[in-house]
Design a protein around this ligand. Structure first.
Ligand code: HAM
Length: 428
């Protein structure tokens, strides 16, 4: 009986060639841009003790309440697949005493994250983020620089039409008053709120501002906004961030209802959205989290960061039209020639050429068809005649011309011909 096919898990994706090459290119651009800002790569485990996330993201957030992949390991410990990177970076920052390193500490990371959300366009259960975090300063110019790094990255990828939404979430001094006001406002419309927002109206009324349910959206449309509640320091910091961005020519949409889905934020919060993304329109989000390092047992260390979603980003990037194809496809006719191309492929790859070869026999015609299909620029053909005089026939598969060269001359000939513009190459 034919075994049953096993499919991937719902909400996950295979990233196949040529898409995977585009992913890599985008990741390389991220490295280039963020390293210009002196960010350094950090890598951390894909799973952590559950408390890493529950105590930072907030136990009334959607992520912790219903979206974490949590399991008990064989030793009886509760572990969770990372739903985001910030909590892990903070855990690593404290555990490895990175606060002892001199100056401001800047890290970037990229990799898969896991959230048990309802899959839909732009929303997956395994998705990928590129994130960046800055530790050790609450200077508003660090906020503006971080946002500029993100926008530089989008610009390097030629992505346009993005909107930067900015808000300040206040601090432990000014937020409680806003929270109380918001909670009483929400209680006055409690019947319109969804069940979760009703339940968390006292503990975390901010969630209602971020809730996607129709009733909540409507109920909060005239909710009080935080701007009137900001204390002097938060106001000044927020104003400076705005001024710096303005000076840098960045247009900003102030959104006093922007609260973000994670509870660790204070002061600056932002999202970058694109109308080309549909319902899941946020391509990136971030903000300040000045208490988190301390909450993890480290010294008081203000911090700010962002993460962008790769799947969403990639729908905004134009894919290159051509996928990379081999420089040369090696064609052997006869047993001796087979041995020769095995060695030749090895030599050419060591010289840096991208090489493919035919497998499994067949006549010259069949093998040349394979060469054509591979998209290679040149076929290097070795048969009995060529073996007899230590040579090969190099056929230009675009122009249809061919020439015979000594085996030793193959690398140089390929190199010269690959470099020469197609129209200038001499016919032979
Ligand atoms: P976040 O807003 O939860 O923030 O996620 C950042 C980005 O990840 C989103 O804007 C979105 O593009 C992408 N994303 C989130 N969930 C999904 C999903 N289910 N499927 C596809 N893409 C998704 C954070 O994760 C914070 N750690 C950002 C941060 C860093 N704040 C400070 N530092």
């Amino acid at each position: 009986m034919k075994p049953e096919k096993i499919n991937r898990v719902k909400g996950t994706k295979d990233i196949l060639p040529p898409a995977a090459a585009l992913w890599r290119e985008v990741e390389e651009v991220a490295r280039e841009v963020f390293e210009l800002y002196n960010f350094h790569e950090i890598r951390f485990p894909v799973f952590e003790k559950t408390e890493v996330f529950s105590k930072s993201i907030g136990d009334t957030s959607d992520i912790v309440e219903k979206e974490m992949y949590t399991f008990t390991d064989r030793g009886g410990e509760s572990l969770t697949l990372r739903p985001e990177g910030t909590a892990s970076v903070v855990r690593a920052f404290v555990e490895n005493s990175l606060f002892n390193r001199p100056g401001v500490k800047k890290f970037y990371y990229m990799g898969p994250m896991f959230r048990a959300e309802r899959p839909q366009a732009g929303r997956f259960r395994q998705f990928h983020q590129i994130g960046a975090e800055v530790f050790g300063t609450d200077d508003p110019s660090a906020d503006a620089e971080l946002i500029l790094a993100l926008l530089d990255f989008f610009e390097a990828l030629n992505i346009t039409g993005l909107e930067l939404k900015l808000n300040s979430l206040g601090c432990p001094v000014c937020r409680p008053a806003y929270r109380d006001e918001l909670a009483s406002f929400l209680k006055s419309r409690i019947g319109s709120l969804c069940e979760s927002c009703q339940r968390r109206v006292d503990k975390n009324p901010f969630r209602a501002l971020d809730c996607k349910s129709k009733g909540c959206k409507q109920a909060v449309s005239d909710a009080p906004s935080i701007d009137r509640f900001l204390c002097g320091e938060c106001k000044d910091s927020f104003q400076s961030v705005q001024n710096l961005l303005k000076d840098a020519g960045v247009s900003v949409t102030l959104d006093p209802r922007l609260v973000r889905g994670l509870d660790y934020y204070s002061r600056t919060a932002f999202e970058v959205t694109s109308s080309r993304l549909g319902a899941q329109d946020a391509v990136a989000g971030g903000g300040r989290y000045n208490s988190l390092v301390e909450q993890f047992g480290g010294p008081p260390t203000p911090a700010i960061g962002f993460a962008l979603g790769m799947e969403r980003l990639l729908t905004l990037v134009d894919a290159p039209e051509n996928e990379p194809a081999p420089d040369a496809f090696l064609v052997a006719v006869g047993g001796e020639a087979e041995k020769e191309i095995f060695q030749l492929a090895r030599r050419l790859r060591r010289d840096g050429f991208m090489v493919e070869r035919g497998f499994g026999g067949g006549n010259l015609n069949n093998r040349m068809k394979k060469a054509d299909k591979s998209g290679a620029r040149f076929a290097v053909i070795i048969g009995d005649d060529e073996i007899a005089n230590a040579s090969a026939t190099i056929k230009d598969l675009i122009k249809g011309t061919q020439k015979q060269v000594g085996l030793d001359e193959i690398p140089k000939t390929l190199e010269d011909d690959l470099l020469a513009p197609i129209e200038e190459q001499s016919e032979e």
